[in-house]
Write a protein that binds this ligand. Sequence first.
Ligand code: FAD
Length: 403
Amino acid sequence: MDHHKTARILVAGSGPAGLIAALGFAEAGFAVTLAGPEANGQDGRTTALMNPALKVLERLGVLAELKPKAAPLKVMRIVDATRRLVRSPTVTFRATEIGEEQFGLNLPNNVLVPALARAVAAHVGIEWRKSMVESWRLDTTHAHAVLADGSEISASLAVAADGRLSPAREAAGIAASVRSYPQAALVLNFSHRSDHAFTSTEFHTETGPFTQVPLPGNRSSLVWVVKPETATELAALDNATLSQRVEEQMQSMLGRVTVDPGRQVYPLSAASPGRFAQNRVALVGEAAHVFPPIGAQGLNLGIRDIDDLIGIASENSSDPGSEKCLATYDTRRRPDILARSSAVNLLNRSLLSDMLPAQLARSAGLGVLGSFAPLRAFFMREGLRPGSGFQALAGGLRKQSRR
Ligand SMILES: Cc1cc2nc3c(=O)[nH]c(=O)nc-3n(C[C@H](O)[C@H](O)[C@H](O)COP(=O)(O)OP(=O)(O)OC[C@H]3O[C@@H](n4cnc5c(N)ncnc54)[C@H](O)[C@@H]3O)c2cc1C
């Protein structure tokens, strides 16, 4: 067996970002080696992917088989469920307002990840080594990885899709500022008596958001952000008691609730690397950005990282890991990643803050969002097509000022 094969693109990490990157690069004509173990199927979370991210999955040929197991997101609501003096009005966004049938789809991770893994395994352009990268050596022309199985891979470009702790990021000498929040997300799925009408409702509470997202049938997924000790307490409740707590928290909006067996607790943190590429390594997915799960941003942003990286690499296919390519990638991704990360972190911090000015700003913020038509359209378009919201907002403001 040849243990010293040279591959042009090495993708490290086989989570959703790594699998999508491997498929995308292979479809773009690159020789790809993917390094990372197969998922264990224990991830009970769901991922809401917006229409632009779904277009990428469609191009990669995996969307059709996902659709029957996913629920469309047609309406998104934000409800201020804090007990504060100044509360924001409920804000409702409808996909039809921007001429779309749906904002996106909510997909169970244990449907999405195996479908991507099957597509990767079947692709002739991808060699998947189901082994961890143990060490990195980066020189001026190549990235070299030694795997746990003893084999070595050399590539022009290493795509770091190896998650929030990203050993590849560290090897590239990129420091990340990391912050942990006094919060954890309790994640579970549940069935309910009433129809969700493809509506997702995010209740904002003092400890963080409680987000219900539709699944097919009378079922939904839940991400409930609370203090870490509360998450542990809730996760230890019996099914009947927990079902009742979930129903109460939703003000019985969906009628009687029955939680599925199985719960997961995720501690919340944020991480921002100083650069998004350096020394033959480009960061994508959680290696490039970690923030709390508010407003379904994480993997949507990760898919945009991958799309941009493939675009830049395709224009420089002889040496996609060159300094010039990596500098272009860093510049191109910076505004999008910083805008998303700071918006989500700000929203999270304003929810946690007991200071009145933050409350007022948040109340005004959601109120303005709900009532000012160009801003509403901006918020929704930005969720769907990054960049297009700015044009629409500018257009709307010009119209207003002409009146
Ligand atoms: C509760 C919750 C809800 C969320 N909901 C949404 C949502 O609705 N919409 C949305 O867009 N996003 C959502 N997100 C964010 C989304 O889950 C993440 O963006 C996504 O999972 C990140 O994928 P990733 O592939 O970058 O990282 P991971 O999934 O962490 O994958 C990293 C992979 O790298 C591998 N790895 C690590 N080290 C090595 C090594 N040395 N060698 C090889 N492999 C290695 C790991 O084994 C792992 O498989 C949510 C997150 C949470 C916590």
